[in-house]
Ligand binder design. Sequence first.
Ligand SMILES: [Zn+2]
Length: 69
Amino acid sequence: MARKRAKLQCPTCKKAVKKVDADFPFCSERCRSVDLGKWASGAYVVSSPVTDGDEEAVESILRHREEND
Ligand SMILES: [Zn+2]
């Protein structure tokens, strides 16, 4: 029976990343910045408006996205 192993990829450049990487789920700080930049420019649709506590909101969204993988 084949064991299902989730593929971990940098959301920005799709390069393989390890959970132990400091910048996980990104492969590098640069890719993390690029992804956060997408959030800021509205490339992603957020269901609820982000007001105060932006960082906290983004973190919860990222957590949620991880759970859906
Ligand atoms: Zn990357």
